[in-house]
Design a protein around this ligand. Structure first.
Ligand SMILES: Cc1cc2nc3c(=O)[nH]c(=O)nc-3n(C[C@H](O)[C@H](O)[C@H](O)COP(=O)(O)OP(=O)(O)OC[C@H]3O[C@@H](n4cnc5c(N)ncnc54)[C@H](O)[C@@H]3O)c2cc1C
Length: 429
């Protein structure tokens, strides 16, 4: 390579997926030469509900980095509302695959910077204000030549054995691979805003994640998530195909949700930072493994189609990629790296494939206001149902044959009979 600097791993995008990829490689093999670039300068904002659950906590704990959550208030319950103002509140149950049954709501401006800083502390070369443009495969030298543009619009080339596309929903790395974006059916549009509310916790009696399904956002959901002090993240999300079909206005839906919050007595002050963005759902994932290239996070469409959660899956993908490939960089076998990139995709599909499928099914069911009402009614008297819904939201639950059979049975059973046989675990709002 004639004295040119060559990275083992070059990551495009320093969001949670990219930063956790870097953190994982450096923890698994500190000698690897890892670089990470972002077109933004951190800290930077990202439109998001800012909610991170047990999965992210686990991912941080894996390499002893959970201290970045110190002093953050814990959210302990969910409050689900549906049409006709049906509402139930439930504690976040102990999720099967995770240690912690809590959620944190931390503005991405802060969270992403904290995760990126962990990577920087691990001797990762970080290039901010630097945009990925394209790559070229240099066959003879077994590396990729990557074109970047610095803030001064200067074009430069850097070299890497592995390129990781962690550059979000409009991934340029994905475009370089000639992979299409998700179709509108497998994408959502969502808007996020911040408010201050001095009485949110009083109205909902505790620090709770509030979801309003199929009301302000017909065939989608609105949320209000409490962060530190009186800061609340609010927003609306809905499938893009339905949004376009009915020619909807997302700002009007947000206004309607604010009216709903106010009608519940929530004081809404200082509405600001409204920002909308796309969510590529995991119901349609592109090929993630390519010749010396892998995709992780939103770049590889890894968002839960039911909840809109994406931070956990992206971080976990970064870890799985590092775990499968960290020992392949100096291998005598030229194909080992590519074989292990393929293994990464296989492991990810084994772990999340059925879970994503179950969440896709739940998404289509919940698009019907009738089914939402029915589900919330069942959940109001049946602990197993609400726990299953919460596991789909916060854990890796999947619909087994038994689950499907039991749920179908509960949907067709007359409500009074179901109520008679169930102990009421949740409380109605
Ligand atoms: C409104 C909304 C609400 C959401 N709520 C939640 C939630 O509450 N919880 C949750 O878990 N998920 C939520 N999500 C999904 C979540 O935001 C994403 O899944 C998550 O950000 C994915 O992380 P990432 O690192 O893959 O991508 P990103 O966080 O998007 O990071 C990608 C990075 O790549 C950089 N980049 C892009 N192009 C280039 C380029 N050419 N060169 C260099 N750098 C580049 C960007 O600057 C960015 O920093 C929400 C999404 C939206 C839109």
């Amino acid at each position: 390579m004639n004295n040119k600097e060559i990275f083992d791993v070059l990551i495009v995008g320093a969001g949670p997926s990219g930063s956790n990829t870097a953190i994982s490689y450096k923890n698994l093999n500190p000698d690897l030469k890892v670089g990470i670039m972002d077109k933004a300068v951190f800290p930077r904002d990202k439109s998001c509900g800012d909610a991170i659950g047990p999965g992210v906590i686990n991912a941080l704990k894996r390499f002893n980095n959970e201290h970045i959550l110190d002093d953050e208030p814990e959210v302990i319950s969910t409050s689900l509302f549906g049409p006709d103002n049906i509402g139930i509140q439930n504690y976040i149950p102990k999720v099967k695959n995770k240690d912690d049954s809590v959620v944190y709501v931390i503005p991405r401006y802060e969270l992403d910077n904290r995760i990126f800083n962990i990577a920087k502390d691990l001797d990762v070369t970080s290039l901010e204000d630097t945009r990925y443009i394209n790559y070229e495969n240099i066959e003879d030298e077994k590396v990729l030549k990557v074109e970047i543009e610095t803030s001064s619009k200067e074009k430069k080339f850097i070299f890497t054995k592995l390129l990781v596309g962690a550059d979000g929903a409009n991934s340029r790395v994905r475009k370089s691979l000639n992979l299409k974006q998700n179709s509108d059916l497998h994408k959502a549009i969502a808007i996020r805003a911040y408010i201050n509310s001095p009485n949110y916790l009083e109205i909902f009696k505790e620090r709770t994640l509030m979801f309003e399904i199929n009301v302000s956002a017909l065939k989608g959901y609105a949320w209000a998530f409490p962060s530190k002090d009186d800061l609340i993240n609010i927003g609306i999300g809905m499938p893009l195909n339905l949004f376009k079909k009915d020619d909807m206005d997302i700002n009007k839906m947000l206004d309607s949700f604010i009216t709903t919050l106010e009608s519940k007595g929530v004081v809404v002050n200082n509405l600001r930072m409204e920002k909308s963005y796309m969510l590529p759902f995991a119901s349609s994932r592109p090929k993630l493994s390519h010749d010396k290239i892998a995709l992780v996070g939103d770049a590889g469409s890894m968002i839960n189609p039911m909840s809109g959660e994406g931070i956990f899956y992206g971080m976990e993908a970064g870890y799985l990629l590092a775990k499968e490939t960290f020992s392949s960089f100096n291998s005598e076998n030229e194909n080992e790296l590519n074989q292990n990139i393929k293994k990464y995709e296989k492991k990810l599909n084994q772990r999340f494939g059925k879970h994503f499928l179950s969440c896709t099914l739940a998404r289509f069911i919940l698009q019907s206001p009738f089914m939402t009402k029915r589900l919330l009614k069942i959940a109001s008297v049946d602990k197993n149902t609400i726990n299953f819904v919460v596991e789909l939201l916060f854990d890796e639950a999947r619909l087994t044959f038994k689950e499907t059979f039991l749920l179908t049975f509960k949907f067709i059973l007359p409500f009074k009979t179901l109520k008679f046989f169930s102990k009421s675990p949740t409380f109605s709002l």
